[in-house]
Design a protein around this ligand. Structure first.
Ligand code: MG
Length: 169
């Protein structure tokens, strides 16, 4: 039975995932403003993925016959200094989300809520990938040392990113 603190925190997590989606759209808008359309596309796809994460929890709570709660959050930041700054912020944000998922898992384990433990494992694996994606991009830009041709090549590569929700969603 999903209830009490665990249910409250899962509902909170829907909020954080949807906020992540808003944050990445704000970053996409910034990328367009500095003519990095490939990075903008990458962040739009990232935003779709975050909405999918939120919906995954939404559907899980419903499957568990518990009450879904949709809540609002503050506006995401709109001002960034550079693409490097955007990526550093993204990595920091993903680390925060990883911490949230671990926190949820700790509660689920304390409560011996096995269905939720199983459900959260997917998110733990997903966070490893999310952090790795941003770390790789940060590294690539660092190695480019401001070489514009490397930045534009990366921008071109990122313009092809796609997202297809897994069939079990
Ligand atoms: Mg997420």
């Amino acid at each position: 039975m999903l209830k009490g603190k665990l249910l409250d925190e899962l509902n909170e997590q829907i909020k954080y995932e949807l906020y992540s989606s808003q944050l990445y759209l704000a970053m996409a808008a910034y990328c367009y403003s500095i003519d990095l359309d490939g990075f903008a596309h990458f962040f739009i796809v990232q935003a779709e993925e975050e909405k999918f994460h939120g919906m995954k929890i939404f559907n899980f709570i419903n499957d568990m016959d518990a009450d879904i709660l949709i809540q609002g959050m503050d506006n995401p930041p709109t001002e960034f200094d550079s693409i490097e700054h955007v990526l550093e912020n993204s990595l920091e944000h993903e680390k925060f989300v990883t911490g949230r998922i671990y926190f949820l898992m700790d509660i689920a384990m304390e409560e011996k809520e096995h269905a939720t433990i199983s459900f959260l494992k997917w998110f733990i694996d997903e966070q490893v990938e999310e952090e790795a994606t941003f770390k790789t991009l940060i590294q690539k830009l660092k190695r480019a040392q401001g070489d514009v041709s490397v930045v534009y090549n990366l921008d071109e590569t990122l313009s092809t990113r796609t997202f297809t929700p897994p069939p079990q969603a």
